[in-house]
Design a protein around this ligand. Sequence first.
Ligand SMILES: C[S@@+](CC[C@H](N)C(=O)[O-])C[C@H]1O[C@@H](n2cnc3c(N)ncnc32)[C@H](O)[C@@H]1O
Length: 224
Amino acid sequence: MKERIAHICSFLCKARVFADVGCDHGYMTRYMLSKGLCERAYISDISEGSLSKAKALLSEEIAAGRCIPVVADGLDGLPEPCDFVLIAGLGGEEIVKIIDRAYLPPRFLFQPMKNSEKLRRYLVAHGAKIERDLTFSEGTERRKYYDLILGSAEGGDVYSEREYRFGRDNLNGNSPYPFLFEMKEELEKTSQRLLFVHSAGGKRTLSERKKELEEIIHEVERSL
Ligand SMILES: C[S@@+](CC[C@H](N)C(=O)[O-])C[C@H]1O[C@@H](n2cnc3c(N)ncnc32)[C@H](O)[C@@H]1O
């Protein structure tokens, strides 16, 4: 199993009805079913071709009625509400559109590929409680970084501006490591760019970014 998928699976939790929206291969649903984490699971994808991969992987569970494949845009078209919804590998804006059109799932696990800040703002503004909000990484040489957000529809939450932008567990010392590597790489890139930019505006923007990254690195290191 790929590192990213294994990492997402480690955050999957018990549910009655689970949905894997944008399932593509279906590995996460296979994990849910094989570990007995849900009674039944919907695998849904907007693309018939993508869904066919999950259908092949989960053919036995489909035949047994424990897994139901649906070609659908987001949660639209699923025949019943689901109490735990996974949406991984889509953009944060797309995830917001999907839940805004349907409902905020009682329990959710989101792994946005970009625009995590927009997703965090949407979730907090709509009364969600965010339980984990962290960056994890894949690879060692050229690391790739991914955000992961686990939470519940109810309970409410309060986020600071920096938490919206960078993820709460990354800043409070609960999940410092992949994030610290990412920030240090980002600082290195920003410092390099500063050497070659000539316009006053460009220099100012990059200097501000550099200062903020240094502050964040300092804060996270202090929390260790
Ligand atoms: C990059 S893959 C991610 C697959 C898997 N969730 C993962 O994290 O490895 C994105 C999948 O989402 C599907 N997709 C994109 N937009 C969608 C939408 N609005 N509703 C359902 N599926 C969607 C695509 O067809 C594709 O199979």
